[in-house]
Design a protein around this ligand. Structure first.
Ligand code: GLY
Length: 408
C-alpha cells in the first residue's frame, strides 16, 4: 500500500509531514517535571474528610479550576502513580521513584476488588510500571492477584469480561475501553506461567473484534450481551454522541488495545484491526488539521465541539508501537510525531498554571456534562508514554521498554 492511500487527509496541503527523527522528549519532560512538582504540592494540599476518605490521586480540574482528587476506587486512580514512574524512567532521578512509591502502595489493595473491570487502568498503570522499573517481588505478586480478580468477571458463554455492574439498562455491558485491561492479563501469564489469563484476554479480544466494529471500522462504545446465551442484545453508547457515532476516545482505546494484543499474541487479525482503526481515525474528514480530534467524530459534524486531547495522546502512543509492526511504519511514526508536536506546542498550559497538569483540552463525558475541555490525568499519562516511545525509537531501542531495572 502506498503511503498516500493510507491517510489521504493528513498528507494533503498544510498536513504535509516533513518531520524526521523528531524528539519532543527533552523539552516536554523538562516541562513535565516542573508541572508535576506543582501537581504534587496541590495534591498534598487537598485534605481528605470523613465524607471523602482516602483521597489519593489528581484526576482533573472542575469548572472553577479546583483540583479534583479521587480515591483508589476511581478508575483514574492509577494514572498519577504511572506519570511519576514515567518521570523516573526518563530522568533516572531517584526523587521521582520516591514520589511514585506512596501513590503506588495505596493502589496495591485494589488487586482484590472484583467489582471493577478497570483493574488494568488502576493496577497496571501504577503497580505494573513499578514492577517494570524495579522488579520488586511484591509488585509482581500484585499483578498476578489483580489478574486473578479481573478474570472473575469473565463469562465464557459470551467470551468477554463484564464492564459495569450497576447499570440497569444493560445485562452484561462490555465497553471498547475494556480492551485496555487485557495488557495486565498478558503480563500475569508471563509472570506466573498460568495461561488462563492469556486465554481470557484472547477470548475477550476475539469477541470484541466480532461485535464491536462497524463496516467502516469505527466502533460502538457499549455492546450489551445476554449472559445466558451470549447473544448481542444492544449496540449503544454511554460517553459518545449517539449509539451509531464514533466516540473519539473509544476509537483510540481500540487502536491501542489491538496494537497491544498483536504484540502479545502475534495474531495478524489484531494487527489488521489496528491498521483499520488507524485508517478510520486519520482519514476521517472531521479530524482537525492538528490531529487532536473533537470528542466524537459524528458530533464534530455539528460544529463548535470541544476537543479531546486524551484521544490524541492515546493514539500517538499506540501509533509509535504500531509503527514497529506494520508495513505502514513511516506514516504511523510521522503521524504520531505530528500529534506530539501539536500537543507540545498548543495544548500544554503555561508553566505553573492548570495546577500542574500537562495538557489542556480533554473531554471526559460530554453527554453527562462532565469534564469538558479540561485537563485530565489520563491524557497526561499517555502523553508521557508517547514521548518515551518516541525517544526510544529515536534511540533505536525497542519501543516497549520491558526490561526495567533502573538502578538509581
Ligand atoms: N471509561 C474510560 C473513559 O472514559 O475513557
Amino acid at each position: 500500500m502506498k503511503i498516500k492511500h493510507i491517510f489521504p487527509l493528513i498528507l494533503s496541503g498544510s498536513f504535509a509531514l516533513n518531520v524526521s527523527a523528531q524528539n519532543n522528549a527533552p523539552k516536554a519532560f523538562q516541562f513535565a517535571e516542573h508541572q508535576t512538582r506543582l501537581l504534587l504540592t496541590e495534591t498534598a494540599k487537598t485534605k481528605t474528610t470523613a465524607a471523602k476518605p482516602n483521597l489519593l490521586s489528581p484526576r482533573t480540574l472542575n469548572t472553577k479550576g479546583d483540583l479534583l482528587i479521587v480515591s483508589p476506587k476511581d478508575w483514574c486512580s492509577g494514572f498519577f502513580a504511572g506519570n511519576l514512574w514515567f518521570l523516573y524512567e526518563y530522568t533516572g532521578n531517584k526523587f521521582w521513584k520516591e514520589q511514585s512509591e506512596p501513590f503506588t502502595t495505596v493502589m496495591e489493595a485494589e488487586k482484590t476488588d472484583g467489582g471493577t473491570h478497570d483493574m488494568g487502568f488502576k493496577l497496571y498503570n501504577s503497580v505494573g510500571n513499578a514492577y517494570r522499573l524495579t522488579h520488586e517481588q511484591k509488585y509482581k505478586d500484585d499483578i498476578i492477584q489483580a489478574a486473578k480478580t479481573l478474570i472473575t468477571r469473565f463469562n465464557p458463554t459470551i467470551g468477554c469480561i463484564k464492564s459495569w455492574d450497576h447499570r440497569k439498562e444493560w445485562k452484561f455491558p462490555v465497553i471498547i475501553d475494556n480492551m485496555m485491561n487485557l495488557e495486565l492479563l498478558f503480563e500475569a501469564t508471563k509472570l506466573s506461567g498460568d495461561s488462563s489469563f492469556y486465554k481470557v484476554a484472547v477470548a475477550h479480544a476475539n469477541t470484541t473484534l466480532k461485535n464491536h466494529f462497524r463496516p467502516d471500522n469505527s466502533s460502538y462504545h457499549v455492546i450489551d450481551y445476554d449472559p445466558e446465551t451470549g447473544k448481542v442484545l444492544h449496540k449503544q453508547t454511554h460517553q459518545g454522541f449517539a449509539d451509531s457515532s464514533a466516540w473519539a476516545r473509544g476509537q483510540a482505546w481500540g487502536l491501542y488495545g489491538y496494537t497491544m494484543c498483536y504484540r502479545e499474541t502475534g495474531n495478524k487479525a489484531y494487527l489488521r484491526e489496528a491498521e483499520k482503526i488507524a485508517k478510520y481515525i486519520f482519514s476521517n474528514p472531521q479530524m482537525p488539521a492538528d490531529l487532536v480530534p473533537y470528542w466524537d467524530y459524528d458530533a464534530a459534524k455539528l460544529g463548535n465541539q470541544p476537543r479531546d486531547a486524551s484521544a490524541a495522546s492515546i493514539a500517538a502512543s499506540a501509533l509509535y508501537e504500531l509503527s514497529t509492526y506494520s508495513k505502514n511504519a513511516k506514516i504511523y511514526k510521522k503521524t504520531a510525531d505530528k500529534i506530539l508536536n501539536s500537543l507540545a506546542n498548543n495544548y500544554q498550559p503555561q508553566p505553573d498554571s492548570a495546577r500542574g497538569f500537562l495538557l489542556l483540552h480533554s473531554t471526559g463525558h460530554k453527554p453527562a456534562n462532565s469534564e469538558i475541555d479540561v485537563p485530565i490525568i489520563y491524557a497526561d499519562y499517555y502523553y508521557l508514554e508517547a514521548l518515551l516511545r518516541q525517544k526510544r525509537l529515536a534511540d533505536k531501542k525497542p519501543v516497549i521498554n520491558a526490561a526495567g531495572h533502573l538502578k538509581n
